[in-house]
Design a protein around this ligand. Structure first.
Ligand SMILES: [Zn+2]
Length: 141
């Protein structure tokens, strides 16, 4: 009888038992040393890290998608793209971008590092864009 292939979690469990640490997934197309920014395309829902020889504040807010040639949006270094099938999250991201929020830091006290957490749902996003309108940037759309 051929053995059932192990699921990923079973493999990880095995490795853990044997004292191996699961290596982190390689970062997708990580081009720059510390100033790579995630550019995400709402059309094909892909995200790529891009590096420019510019100060982070001078990075363009949008660019061209390397996959489908539509517009990509600079969503900062910490953006983690949702799964392509996650309609609700992509709708939320689109809504935020339309309203001038590309995951830039919203700091209520400019001199402090602390920033407002981004909304988790579209419903929350609708309140967020009103509440923090002052921090909106010129929409890239
Ligand atoms: Zn695209």
């Amino acid at each position: 009888m051929p053995q059932e292939p192990l699921s990923k979690s079973e493999r990880m469990e095995l490795r853990r038992e044997h004292g191996f640490r699961e290596l982190p997934e390689p970062v997708e197309k990580y081009l720059g040393p510390e100033y790579a920014m995630a550019f995400a395309c709402l059309h094909c829902r892909t995200s790529n890290m891009r590096h420019f020889d510019l100060a982070p504040s001078e990075y363009p807010l949008s660019g061209e998608c390397p996959v489908c040639k539509n517009k990509t949006f600079n969503l900062g270094r910490d953006f983690k793209p949702p799964k392509k099938s996650n309609e609700a999250q992509w709708k939320k991201i689109e809504f935020l971008i339309e309203h001038g929020f590309q995951f830039q830091k919203v700091r209520l006290v400019p001199t402090e590092m602390e920033s407002v957490a981004y909304p988790k749902t579209l419903t929350e996003a609708k309140e967020f864009v009103v509440k923090y309108k002052k921090w909106a940037i010129k929409s890239g759309i």
